[in-house]
Design a protein around this ligand. Structure first.
Ligand code: NAD
Ligand code: WQD
Length: 342
């Protein structure tokens, strides 16, 4: 079985390639390296003992995408990670986000139909729920108006996919990720921070090694036990494993509908201060942080109801917060080592 992983040198993609190869799938990656490095392929080979194929090009290029699918006529399924994901930048440069995230999806769907590839797993996000009316949030919760062009690309993408599967011989699973953090236990792959991180965990680990002066905690006046915002953090390896299950479900015709949606979260909500405490515990490092005002666009609290995924996929996130923070810290220390050797 051969799977195309778009964005396969990226953060979640690289961990998924590892899990796919561990389960015996052949993988071909397409990535334009706009937010990742080619060396990731060596690291994947080091972990799994197997080198995935890779082609470097931009999926926004229709000719190249179509040509790729024609050359690789043995692909059984596609996991589509490739997208831009910086929420703040998407507000500044909406068209950059709409073009990249939507045109790449259109090209992939058209090429799949053209070449008879039937199975698509799509990277969606809990951002589609906004601030849910009920917690924990299940897949049945209404989609709220997107807070950012990035979030809107996920909503529109799900709609494009849903409309397409109604009339074309394509099936799709949209996986709505909560907050993926951490890194592979080998510390050979992880999230590559290009520039100033927007996300909490890379900001914490960079502050701890002195790349950043202090972590700003955005708001302590939320309606939560300690006043800081709550999220459902999930280990990236648990997340990666769910993709293997989803692909397997499609290939083995276990889907109940041509379009299915699953939450990928742990079901546990942790506050920003919980995350900091866990980090300090596992690293032994005292973090320099300061409470500042809320970040515009942030929701107060969101965590998943993972029951449907647990039951239908037979998948469950296994790793706890300390393990997530420990692996994130190990990865940061590895990055420092690499930098010092350069
Ligand atoms: P990432 O930036 O690490 O990986 C994305 C990869 O796609 C990168 O390697 C990048 O070079 C590549 N890429 C982007 N545009 C491309 C194009 N036009 N053609 C070819 N390659 C292209 O991001 P990630 O965190 O691994 O996220 C993967 C997916 O999961 C994205 O769709 C993202 O929106 C979604 N997602 C991420 C999170 C998160 O917190 N990381 C949460 C929810 C959903
Ligand atoms: C987590 C918490 C911040 C940084 C984003 C996207 C979402 C999804 C996941 C892709 C929040 C607080 C953060 C900092 C802080 N991505 N924080 N100081 O905002 O939940 O979700 O990534 O789909 O769409 O919006 O994640 O890691 O940015 O923030 O206090 O320097 O940490 O306010 O409460 P978020 P995050």
């Amino acid at each position: 079985m051969k799977i195309l992983v778009t964005g396969g040198t990226g953060y979640i993609g690289s961990h998924t390639v590892v899990e796919l190869q561990n389960k015996g799938f052949d993988v071909v990656i397409v990535d334009n390296l706009s937010n990742s490095k080619i060396e990731v392929v060596d690291k994947i080979e080091k972990i799994t003992g197997k080198r995935p194929e890779i082609e470097v090009f931009d999926l926004v290029d229709r000719e190249k995408t179509s040509g790729f699918f024609k050359r690789h006529n043995d692909i059984n399924g596609v996991i589509h990670f490739a997208a831009y994901k910086a929420v703040g930048e998407s507000v500044e440069k909406p068209l950059k986000y709409y073009r990249n995230n939507l045109v790449s999806l259109l090209n992939i769907l058209e090429s799949m139909i053209e070449t008879g590839v039937e199975n698509l797993v799509f990277s969606s996000s809990c951002t589609v729920y906004g601030q849910p009316d009920e917690l924990p949030v299940s897949e049945k919760a209404p989609i709220k108006k997107a807070e950012s062009p990035y979030g809107n690309t996920k909503q529109i993408s799900e709609e494009i996919i849903q409309d397409t599967v109604k009339v074309e011989p394509v099936k799709a699973i949209a996986l709505r990720y909560f907050n993926p953090i951490g890194a592979h236990e080998s510390a050979l792959i992880g999230e590559l921070p290009l520039g100033v991180p927007n996300n909490l965990v890379p900001f914490i680990t960079q502050t701890a090694v002195g790349i950043r002066d202090e972590l700003k905690v955005f708001g302590d006046d939320y309606n939560t036990p300690d006043g800081t915002a709550i999220r459902d953090y999930i280990h990236v390896v648990d997340l990666a494993k769910a993709h293997v299950v989803a692909i397997d479900r499609m290939i083995n015709n276990k889907m109940k509908d041509k379009f299915e949606v699953f939450n990928l979260g742990t079901g546990n909500g942790y506050s920003v201060l919980d995350v900091i405490k866990s980090f300090e515990k596992v690293s032994g490092v005292k973090l320099n942080y300061r409470i500042v005002g809320r970040r515009p666009g942030d929701v107060e609290k969101v965590w998943a109801n993972p029951e449907f995924s647990n039951k239908e996929l037979g998948w469950k996130a296994e790793k706890g917060l300390d393990e997530m923070m420990e692996s994130a810290w190990k990865w940061q220390l590895e990055l420092q080592k690499e930098q010092n050797n350069q």
